[in-house]
Design a protein around this ligand. Structure first.
Ligand code: HEC
Ligand code: HEC
Ligand code: HEC
Ligand code: HEC
Length: 168
């Protein structure tokens, strides 16, 4: 019994360290500082539907879908927010990101608290060690799938072309 509680205590200690070490979501405004000019990543994202994914939950179409599912307020319901707002789905790991950002930089590139520092960012290997993700189709289909009430299929190449934000 005593042995077991020591094991449990060790596990809790390890778990709390893991949680403390976890990166936090800092918000797109932090990425904007550096990703405005060269590859225009910020303005391109701002103009995309991803940036308006939270807003979409307040529209008439969303209310109608909600009604059919017995969800009175889609913009405050976890069942809708989980794909429409990263901040709302991130729980305690939020530090600067707002739910209004919807599907934002860190949804796809990983929580940025550790990789956003200039010295880390400039070195791709370092950035990736610190949580930067360069996503592929696997990430997209976490949301673009038949669990989405409006899903009509997902063509990766065509969809990527719509949101591409490459450096020149
Ligand atoms: C202090 C400036 C700065 C901040 C803040 C910053 N970045 Fe960067 N980032 C850079 C630089 C410099 C590079 C190197 C490539 C380039 O020049 O675009 C880079 C590269 C990247 C890359 C491409 C990595 C590769 O080499 O393929 C991604 C993705 C990225 N940043 C995402 C983000 C996200 C998301 C945020 C916000 C959480 C962010 N960055 C914040 C400066 C910054
Ligand atoms: C966290 C969930 C999530 C992830 C991950 C995600 N998306 Fe989306 N995406 C959405 C939501 C929600 C919308 C609808 C936003 C709206 O219309 O207001 C959307 C809309 C889009 C649209 C616009 C659809 C149209 O009809 O024009 C494109 C294109 C798109 N996503 C491409 C991608 C690609 C490519 C990836 C992967 C690199 C991706 N998405 C990853 C949630 C996600
Ligand atoms: C599994 C992820 C997921 C869930 C859960 C989800 N959505 Fe979506 N939603 C998406 C994606 C991805 C899109 C983009 C179009 C598509 O492929 O369905 C979207 C698009 C929409 C649109 C169209 C927006 C536009 O610009 O026309 C509305 C409205 C919407 N969702 C409402 C809701 C509501 C309401 C709920 C909760 C009942 C919900 N969604 C739950 C992923 C999701
Ligand atoms: C829906 C997912 C998604 C969102 C949201 C998103 N990105 Fe990306 N990003 C990608 C994908 C996918 C790629 C890689 C595309 C490729 O080269 O195949 C990429 C590539 C990049 C690159 C590398 C460009 C290059 O030429 O090497 C940078 C920098 C970047 N993103 C920054 C950002 C910033 C900053 C934001 C927010 C303002 C953002 N991204 C939002 C999916 C996303």
């Amino acid at each position: 019994m005593k042995k077991l509680s020591i094991v449990m205590a060790c596990m809790l200690f390890l778990l709390s360290n893991v949680l403390l070490a976890q990166n936090k979501y800092v918000g797109a405004a932090k990425c904007k500082m550096c990703h405005m000019a060269k590859g225009k990543q910020y303005p391109q994202w701002s103009a995309s539907k991803h940036a308006k994914a939270f807003e979409a939950l307040k529209g008439e179409a969303a209310l109608k879908i909600g009604k059919e599912k017995g969800i009175a307020s889609p913009s405050t319901d976890a069942k809708c927010l989980k794909c429409h707002s990263t901040a709302a789905a991130a729980g305690a790991l939020v530090d600067g990101i707002t739910k209004e950002e919807g599907v934002s930089c860190e949804t796809c590139h990983g929580a940025g608290s550790a990789y956003k520092a200039p010295a880390v960012m400039r070195n791709k290997a370092d950035a990736m060690k610190n949580g930067l993700i360069l996503p592929n189709e696997k990430l997209c289909v976490k949301c673009h799938n038949s669990e989405s009430p409006t899903f009509k299929g997902f063509d990766y190449a065509a969809s990527l072309a719509k949101i591409i934000h490459k450096n020149p």
